[in-house]
Write a protein that binds this ligand. Structure first.
Ligand code: GUN
Ligand code: ZN
Length: 427
């Protein structure tokens, strides 16, 4: 008998389509469901009694009425900002200069980088997040620290060296050439090693010279299977600054486009204040936008238009530590609230989908993570839908699964996470 065959039983939500575009019917509810896990992968998903009868050899881990979902996928975060999350009173550029850059400067010390990387990934797992696309700092050590910590935990992590060669403190600047060389060496070391994926990472146009953007565009052209992540049109002051730094650019996106940094494997964080041309180009090339709702309210950036999901892939993210939470539940709640402010009412099925399959698809990893589907990696979160008295008393009134889940989305946190599984292993 295969010793590592496990049957997890509980309620399931199974994405059979895309509830964000197709509506709630695209997500199936299995009240007495089960996930069969073999060798770190999902082997079968379905009705508990049927799977139990078909696999008498499997060890059963019962999760009662708890809800089993794919592990959450955080599509944009800055792990080096873990220790300065929730810093008061600034907007983007002041916030970067006052809080972010001094903290990121500490990551030249490999011991500090490793301590924070481990702390960060443990916080993610406690919150049910099993994969993340994270920025590191300019220091190659910060990349080794995160991928090393992810390897130790078996996690699928996407990350890259954050490149900056201007408008940053002396100890946080590289050059066009060193950004290319260091990124290339890190890519060759980590990309595809175990569950690691390297992401080419120019921070944003204000902190890169055109030469640096072009160097990273060239690196991306040499490694088109890599993702590229950056920030786009987060705050109006930032956009005005980009215009002054790149007077020939048609718009913010053009600063990337002109340097080989617009493509189908590009991840554009925030993307709040877009011009029609920018939207058309992003849609044409098949790029992904990453919505960071707690960050957008916390730093005062603006209200993302989820209507753009009709035209391109959209992932969901915390943007730790511009975002004010490590929790994808809290992030779903903020996405719901921003939707309300823009007249777009996101159904719970769409919120769950964004935090799992939607983000996985944005990261071009939907064939590996983000769904409860045979063949995919067995990263899962198990949610207690009555984790606090306030949530429990509301969920007790629920008439269907969506009314049972929504209170946990809106009011839940790490107390709702009953278990997290990484590649089939409970952590
Ligand atoms: N734009 C450039 N860098 C950052 C960052 O670290 N956080 C956020 N929210 N926006 C950015
Ligand atoms: Zn960010």
């Amino acid at each position: 008998m295969a010793a590592d065959t496990v049957l997890l039983t509980g309620q399931l939500l199974i994405a059979e389509g895309d509830p964000l575009r197709e509506g709630p019917a695209a997500m199936r509810h299995e009240h007495r469901g089960a996930v069969l896990v073999e060798g770190g992968r999902i082997a079968a998903v379905g009705e508990a009694d049927t799977l139990r009868a078909a696999h008498p050899e499997a060890r059963v881990e019962s999760h009662g009425d708890n809800l089993i979902l794919p592990g959450f996928v955080d599509a944009h975060a800055h792990y080096p900002q873990t220790a300065m999350i929730a810093s008061w009173g600034k907007r983007l550029i002041d916030w970067l200069n006052t809080y972010t850059f001094p903290e990121e400067a500490k990551f030249g010390d490999p011991a500090y980088a490793s301590e924070i990387a481990g702390r960060y990934l443990d916080l993610l797992l406690a919150n049910g997040t099993t994969s993340v696309a994270s920025y590191c700092t300019i220091h190659p050590e910060s990349v080794d620290a995160l991928f090393g910590a992810a390897e130790a935990r078996g996690m699928r992590v996407f990350a890259g060296k954050t490149c900056m060669d201007r408008n940053a403190p002396d100890d946080l600047r590289d050059t066009a050439q060193s950004a290319y060389d260091d990124s290339k060496a890190l890519l060759e070391r980590w990309h595809g090693l175990g569950r690691a994926k390297y992401v080419i990472t120019p921070r944003f146009s204000p902190t890169s010279t055109p030469e640096q953007l072009a160097a990273l565009g060239a690196l991306w052209a040499e490694h088109p299977d890599c993702l590229m992540q950056t920030h786009l049109s987060e705050q109006t002051d930032e956009i005005a600054w980009v215009k002054s730094l790149y007077p020939d650019a048609r718009d913010y996106l053009d600063t990337y486009e002109a340097h080989g940094l617009l493509g189908a494997n590009g991840l554009y964080g925030h993307a709040i204040h877009l011009e029609p041309r920018e939207i058309d180009r992003l849609a044409e090339v098949g790029a992904a936008l990453i919505h960071c709702p707690t960050s957008n309210t916390f730093i005062g950036s603006g209200l993302f238009d989820m209507g753009l999901a009709a035209r391109m892939r959209v992932g969901l993210a915390t943007d730790t530590g511009g975002g004010s939470s490590f929790s994808m539940l809290r992030t779903m709640a903020a996405a719901y609230e921003i939707g309300q402010l823009r007249g777009i009412v996101l159904h719970p099925s769409a919120l769950v989908w964004l935090a799992t399959a939607g983000s996985a698809d944005a990261l071009r990893a939907g064939d590996r993570i983000g769904r409860l589907e045979p063949g995919l990696e067995a990263d899962m979160v198990v949610l207690d839908l009555a984790s606090t008295p306030a949530i429990a008393q509301r969920a007790a009134q629920a008439k269907d699964i969506w009314e049972a889940v929504f209170p946990t989305i809106m009011m839940g946190d790490d107390r709702a996470v009953a278990a997290t599984y990484v590649a089939g292993r409970r952590v």
